[in-house]
Design a protein around this ligand. Structure first.
Ligand code: MG
Length: 370
């Protein structure tokens, strides 16, 4: 397929309330949306690395500039028959996974729309419905958190993820576990700790957590292998897994029992599927994470989550959990307790609302064949 035009939108999406993690508090999510067109069809992609280079070394304004000045011009005018071919065209550029992912996701949506098939089906999913979990950031008080978890449990959510950072740590987990003895719970440390905290992680073994997500440095594998040797609770790697090769190394050295796959962090769906397949062969179960994307990015995440080795509820959220309204439509809604269903429409079946896109755009560019 010949790519004729790429439109790039750097947007700022106001959150309904601040999202608080070990990285800090965010009031607005900055994201980059890409519309790729060719041969009479179009598709949408989204990269949501954050407003600042804090989750990783990319940030939305940087992703926008890189796409506009270097990556999109490499793709426009080219024949791109597959996700692998797209990745090959971008291979000269080191890193910058989120920026590459915006194009990769748009290519997959475009390809699926052109074929008239839902993306989940094209990726090899087992069915359109996926389990999703509830996720809670840091709150002012544990009492407030307990109330929110009770609501999520009553709504039928199958698992709860808790953000975990110094000052909102073992005591918080102890109180949650005491209140909800049987609920599947895991914590996400967002790389806030080092091996010096091994004793604290050993203590957490007593609370029966499903996993401990990214306890140590964002770029580490070796210390995670050391920690995994010292504790019973499985470690789940998120920030550390940025490529198929990093996933292979993590599995080889025993750095984790789970891998969280985010299409943005690994350069797109092409690599996300490859990591999924590698983990499946290596006996490591996966689940799909999220970066508070609009319904475009979440649409891609949902499609990915239909693959068979995603064995833990995904971080896909109803749109109104974070946005009122979502930049894109149709909004993400639960299709039953703790589950969402991919639409029976070509591609991701979602796209930005043009009025909201115009309102939330910070800067935009178009790269075409001229
Ligand atoms: Mg995480």
């Amino acid at each position: 397929m010949r790519i004729e035009r790429i439109e790039i939108y750097h947007v700022a999406m106001p959150l309904v309330y601040p999202f608080r993690t070990a990285y800090g508090d965010e009031y607005t999510i900055e994201s980059v949306l890409v519309r790729m067109s060719g041969e009479g069809a179009y598709g949408w992609g989204e990269a949501t690395p954050g407003r600042l280079p804090i989750y990783c070394n990319e940030w939305a304004a940087g992703v926008y500039a890189l796409l506009r000045d270097h990556l999109a011009p490499r793709i426009v005018g080219q024949e791109v028959p597959s996700g692998e071919a797209l990745q090959a065209l971008l291979a000269a550029f080191k890193g910058n996974h989120f920026a590459k992912a915006a194009l990769d996701l748009a290519w997959w949506d475009l390809d699926a729309r052109q074929k008239g098939r839902p993306l989940w089906e094209l990726l090899g999913g087992t069915g359109p419905t996926v389990d999703v979990g509830a996720d809670f950031g840091v709150m002012d008080t544990v009492d407030e958190l307990l109330k929110e978890i009770a609501k999520a449990k009553a709504a039928g959510f199958k698992r709860v993820k808790l953000k975990f950072r110094p000052g909102w740590d073992v005591d918080m987990v102890a109180r949650v576990r005491a209140a909800f003895p049987d609920l599947p719970i895991h914590i996400d440390c967002n790389s806030a700790y080092r091996l010096e905290s091994t004793a604290m992680f050993r203590k957490l073994d007593t609370y029966g957590l499903a996993m401990i997500e990214q306890p140590l440095a964002h770029d580490d594998l070796i210390d995670h292998a050391t920690l995994q040797n010292e504790i019973d609770t499985p470690i789940c790697l998120d920030e550390s897994i940025t490529s198929v090769d990093r996933a292979r190394k993590a599995i080889e050295i025993g750095a984790c029992g789970w891998i969280n796959i985010k299409p943005g962090r690994v350069g797109g769906l092409t690599n996300a599927v490859a990591i999924h397949d590698l983990c499946q062969q290596g006996g490591i179960p996966c689940w799909v994470g999220g970066m508070l994307e609009s319904a475009v990015g979440q649409g891609h995440n949902m499609a990915l989550a239909t693959l068979p080795n995603f064995r833990y509820p995904a971080d896909v959220f109803p749109s109104d959990r974070f946005y009122a309204p979502d930049l894109a439509e149709p909004e993400i809604e639960l299709s039953g307790p703790s589950r969402v269903t991919c639409p029976d429409a070509p591609g991701i079946g979602r796209e930005p609302n043009s009025e909201r896109l115009a309102k939330q755009t910070v800067q935009a560019a178009t790269i075409d064949g001229c």
